[in-house]
Design a protein around this ligand. Structure first.
Ligand code: NAP
Length: 189
């Protein structure tokens, strides 16, 4: 049974990642310059001005520990929004908004997150997203596709293993040349 059928609290888990055209979400060396695009290459696209509104509606972020460590290196992008880091290790606590979690991911969502948060954003990385997808814990997928072929790197959907159907909810093309695809889980899948 899909999570949304059980979800009486009406919380939503949205998997949101930035992908290359060929399906990679990170280079092996972790460099992120491939995500930098600017200028106006697509006249009919929209500007990124509405992004702040989307971010302010996010109630909590969920990160795998490698994504967490990388975010600390890059400069924390999640401000004071509650952030749950999934890890089996004892990691040093860096901010009061960060909680660590180890254990069953379905329990994490149903018992710890859904009662507290409505708009839950699963940030990545690939390993944690694949676990969430395998367990049917994702309600929406928002994929920002960058106009670049990386050729190699970390694949988002490498080991998701099971077939699930998704319904296209929205497509937004930006002036800078990236496209955001939004999908909702098909009921029953
Ligand atoms: N393009 C994007 O939008 C985007 C988004 C996010 C991340 N990234 C990139 O992706 C890379 C990291 O991704 P990744 O796939 O290597 O790692 P990840 O998913 O961020 O983290 C994996 C780690 O999370 C913990 N973990 C995952 N599932 C768990 C579970 N079920 N139970 C307990 N712990 C679990 C484990 O940590 P422990 O070993 O600590 O137990 C595991 O080693 C980074 O380069 C990051 O910058 C890109």
């Amino acid at each position: 049974m899909a999570r949304s059928e059980l979800n009486t609290n009406r919380s939503t888990v949205t998997l949101h990642v930035v992908s290359s055209l060929d399906g990679f979400i990170a280079r092996h060396d972790n460099s992120v310059s491939w995500m930098d695009i600017s200028g106006e290459v697509y006249e009919r696209g929209v500007s990124e001005a509405g992004a702040e509104e989307v971010v302010s509606a996010i109630d909590c972020y969920v990160l795998g520990s490698r994504t967490y460590e990388h975010a600390l290196e890059l400069g924390w992008p999640y401000a004071d929004t509650p952030t749950i880091v999934v890890t089996s290790r004892e990691l040093p606590s860096t901010r009061t908004s960060v909680e660590f979690y180890s254990g069953d991911l379905k329990q994490l969502v149903d018992e710890r997150l859904a009662p507290r948060f409505g708009n839950i954003w699963l940030v990545g990385g690939a390993m944690l997203c694949q676990s969430f997808l395998r367990l049917g814990l994702v309600d929406e997928i928002r994929l920002a596709v960058m106009p670049v072929l990386l050729g190699d790197g970390l694949r988002l959907f490498a080991n998701s293993s099971i077939e699930t159907r998704w319904r296209l909810k929205d497509v937004v093309a930006y002036k800078t040349g990236f496209v955001e695809l939004s999908y909702g889980r098909e009921s029953g899948s």
